[in-house]
Design a protein around this ligand. Structure first.
Ligand code: CAA
Ligand code: NAP
Length: 246
């Protein structure tokens, strides 16, 4: 059997890189999406080639539906149909709601929620027609529980959960699973942008006493992408060191 093709949006970020590696290590051909303007001799590609990862690159702004259509068309003609999609790209524009402006709301909803429609819409029919597929949506503990300063982000990440459960029902009989991962705090650029004293006060509330590692999220993605996970669909997998249990 030829290798399955996995597309990871925001594939060069903190979690994205670990997800790309975990999927490559579990036998996938991995395409890392990034924003347009990516230089061909980028340090990320060179570093991972040196480590033995032959990642493909797909440029495209996931907030732009037409860009996503063009990007997936190109992946399909150059690499093959997308069997596994990880909707991972995301941003924060934190601020207490009374100070939050429309631009902060729009940017987060477009990049974190519209993107999930924009990319999934390009690949889901093909997965269903071929009778196998995996869609893995990266939500957040803060989409599940809410968070001071994240009305925009929590709304987008909670929206992903409703999307996941709905689409999962639509394609369950077609061999396609759709699940969400809700990570807690993982030490990537996104989290390191929180002021240190605020970050420390959050970490102090995590029962595990530490942040998660990108590899822990990558491992869960690899499981969800596997044949072993064929009976799991519409689920939200919480991986948060006990920060929120329910
Ligand atoms: N709960 C209750 N009150 C809080 C609070 C909290 N968590 N944080 C701040 N406050 C209070 C302050 O005590 C202060 O009260 P007073 O006015 O009575 O003194 C008031 O709110 C300060 O409000 P400001 O708007 O001035 O707050 P700020 O501008 O200093 O900071 C913030 C606001 C930027 C949102 C800051 O609280 C923050 O960074 N919070 C963390 C948000 C967060 O967790 N982001 C996660 C980013 S990473 C990520 O998103 C990944 C993932 O999925 C986990
Ligand atoms: P990160 O390191 O900042 O990575 C985010 C990636 O998304 C970056 O590569 C970024 O590219 C890319 N991206 C942003 N906007 C994009 C767009 N419009 N089109 C294409 N790519 C875009 O953050 P991360 O921590 O790895 O986050 C990855 C995902 O996990 C996000 O959805 C985040 O909300 C979620 N998450 C993270 C945590 C955590 O604790 N870190 C917890 C829960 C959920 P540029 O760098 O070029 O902008």
């Amino acid at each position: 059997m030829s290798k399955r093709v996995a597309l990871v949006t925001g594939g060069m970020g903190g979690l994205g890189t670990a997800i790309c590696k975990a999927l490559a290590q579990s036998g996938h051909t991995v395409v890392a999406n990034c924003l347009p303007g990516f230089p061909p001799q980028h340090e990320w590609l060179a570093r991972h080639r040196a480590e033995g990862f032959a990642f493909h690159i797909a440029e495209g702004d996931v907030a732009d539906f037409d860009a996503c259509a063009g990007m997936v068309e190109k992946i399909e003609s150059e690499t093959g149909p997308v069997d596994v999609l990880v909707n991972n790209a995301g941003i924060t524009r934190d601020g207490a709601f009374r100070k939050m402006d429309r631009a902060q709301w729009d940017a987060v909803l477009a990049t974190n929620l519209d993107s999930v429609f924009n990319v999934t819409r390009q690949v889901l029919d093909g997965m269903a027609e071929r009778g196998w597929g995996r869609v893995i949506n990266i939500s957040s503990v803060n989409g599940v529980k809410g968070q001071f300063g994240q009305a925009n982000y929590a709304a987008a990440k909670a929206g992903i959960l409703g999307f996941t459960r709905s689409i999962a029902q639509e394609v369950a009989k077609k061999g396609v699973t759709v699940n969400a991962i809700a990570p807690g705090y993982v030490a990537t650029e996104m989290v390191m942008a929180i002021k240190q004293e605020v970050r420390d006060s959050i970490i102090a509330t995590i029962p595990a006493g530490r942040m998660g590692t990108p590899e822990e999220i990558g491992g869960l993605c690899a499981y969800l992408a596997s044949d072993m996970a064929g009976y799991m669909t519409g689920a939200t997998l919480n991986i948060n060191g006990g920060l929120h249990m329910y």
